[in-house]
Design a protein around this ligand. Structure first.
Ligand code: FAD
Length: 423
């Protein structure tokens, strides 16, 4: 079988045949690799990390299991639920208390946005601000009284600089008013199952394979290089952030394409407590600026398998800035753990004694997600537009787990549509 593709050769770099190469083994890359393998297409997935899942990993320590921050798969529709259940051999469960929030010292069911007056979710303006969007949706009073503190705490900038699409993502894409389906062994189990199913269908999954270059000579993707090996590709699916793909593209894009993006960091603090449960909630939002975390997940309320009997484990998400380091990021792991434990006592009232919480670990994600400034949305859209102009490159971007999986599947379909015909 020949594809008629031309191959550039680079001295000292070994060459392999053309196929679809998927970059990144998070939900987007795994969604693409699984769809391609099940369609019978030769596919290689490359990830620089030592495991699949990207941000959707489940860590295990001392009999506890915990995700890298709470990770609700916002599964919409019976087909997708069945897809997840089949992959996990039925090991999914319904969590009936999704997210609570703290206001005036009280724990209330529902997120801050869920406390809004009964208003339908409206279409998101493409270039608006979160302030404008939420004002239109809930009224300026509710927005400023209930929403502003929480969103500004998470993103670290005024609501006027947060994009409308981000606020829309946080209210519409992340809605689970009645509850959600969740893998019994954590979100990482779904990622592992996707990778195993892709391999069973014929995909090659390579870990520890950091991509160093995407050869786009002549405006068409030709190969990917990782670890000194050149892998010929007639199509490449980008399950990595567009800004990273831009840095790898050769020839490099014009400087005007490269956006000035802020980056938000998250320090994830994991605490173990020798008590059955501290709350009945899966996830609790806190908008209090004096509390270092914006959300606390109590994992045994997601799945009882995540802690040994009589013990519980909490994941506290501290959003901040690593560069330059802000007050929270600058704390040592130990001090950050102690500050989180104190906040569980006061003001959250979930614990009587901070000494009862033992620090398991702090996982720092210095580049957790890009912060698009509402005043620079056109600039932020340039990388994806430029990459879409390279023949054979297929972007797969989604802001949540399931939208990322679906973006990967759409990119796979596009790669299959344009796959070279054997002859
Ligand atoms: C704290 C936190 C909580 C969240 N909670 C939720 C939630 O409740 N529900 C929800 O739906 N979403 C949630 N999200 C968002 C969700 O994690 C992301 O939308 C999703 O992981 C995006 O998937 P992805 O495949 O696009 O990217 P990622 O998961 O970031 O995966 C990208 C992969 O690419 C690899 N990679 C990067 N560069 C290279 C390279 N040069 N070579 C090879 N490999 C490379 C990385 O190692 C990584 O494995 C949360 C995110 C955070 C940070």
């Amino acid at each position: 079988m020949t594809s008629g593709r031309r191959r550039a050769t680079v001295p000292g770099v070994r060459e392999r045949g053309g196929r679809v190469v998927v970059l990144g083994g998070g939900p987007a890359g795994l969604g693409a690799a699984l769809a391609l393998a099940r369609a019978g297409e030769p596919v290689t997935l490359l990830d620089g990390a030592d495991g699949v899942g990207g941000l959707c990993r489940t860590r295990r320590r001392e009999g506890f299991a915990y995700d890298l921050g709470g990770h609700i798969p916002f599964v919409r529709g019976e087909d997708r639920r069945a897809w997840m259940a089949e992959l996990l051999d039925g090991a999914v469960r319904w969590v009936g208390r999704p997210v609570a929030s703290v206001a005036d010292g009280r724990l209330r069911r529902g997120r801050y946005i869920d406390q809004r007056p009964d208003a339908p979710f409206t279409p998101v303006p493409e270039d608006g601000t979160a302030a404008g969007y939420l004002g239109g949706l809930c009224g300026a009073g509710f927005r400023d009284r209930v929403m502003r503190r929480y969103l500004e705490k998470v993103d670290g900038v005024p609501l006027e600089r947060i994009t409308a699409s981000r606020a829309h993502k946080l209210d519409v894409e992340q809605r689970a008013p009645d509850g959600f389906w969740y893998p019994e062994d954590g979100i990482g189990a779904l990622m592992d199952a996707m990778a195993a199913a892709a391999v069973a269908a014929g995909a090659e999954v390579r870990l520890g394979a950091r991509v160093e270059r995407i050869d786009c000579a002549g405006g068409r993707v030709r190969a990917v290089e990782a670890g000194g090996e050149r892998i010929g590709a007639h199509a490449v699916v980008l399950g990595i952030p567009p800004a990273v793909a831009l840095r790898l593209a050769d020839p490099a894009p014009p400087a005007a394409v490269v956006p000035r993006l802020g980056i938000r960091s998250v320090a994830l603090v994991f605490l173990a407590v020798d008590r059955e449960r501290l709350s009945e909630e899966a996830w609790i939002q806190s908008d209090d600026p004096a509390v270092p975390f914006a959300r606390v997940a109590e994992f045994p309320n997601w799945s009882p398998r995540m802690a040994p009997p009589g013990r519980t484990v909490l994941g506290l998400e501290c959003y901040g800035s690593a560069d330059p380091p802000d007050a929270v990021w600058s704390l040592t792991d130990r001090d950050l753990g102690a500050a989180c434990a104190r906040a569980l006592v006061d003001p959250l009232g979930l614990l009587d004694d901070p000494g009862a919480a033992r620090l398991l670990e702090v996982v720092r994600l210095p580049r957790a997600y890009p912060l698009v400034d509402a005043r620079r949305q056109e600039e932020a859209a340039r990388p994806a537009r430029w990459l879409a102009g390279v023949e054979g490159l297929h972007g797969a971007q989604g802001g949540t787990i399931m939208t990322a999986v679906e973006a990967g599947e759409r990119a796979a379909a596009a790669a299959l549509e344009r796959a070279p015909v054997a002859g």
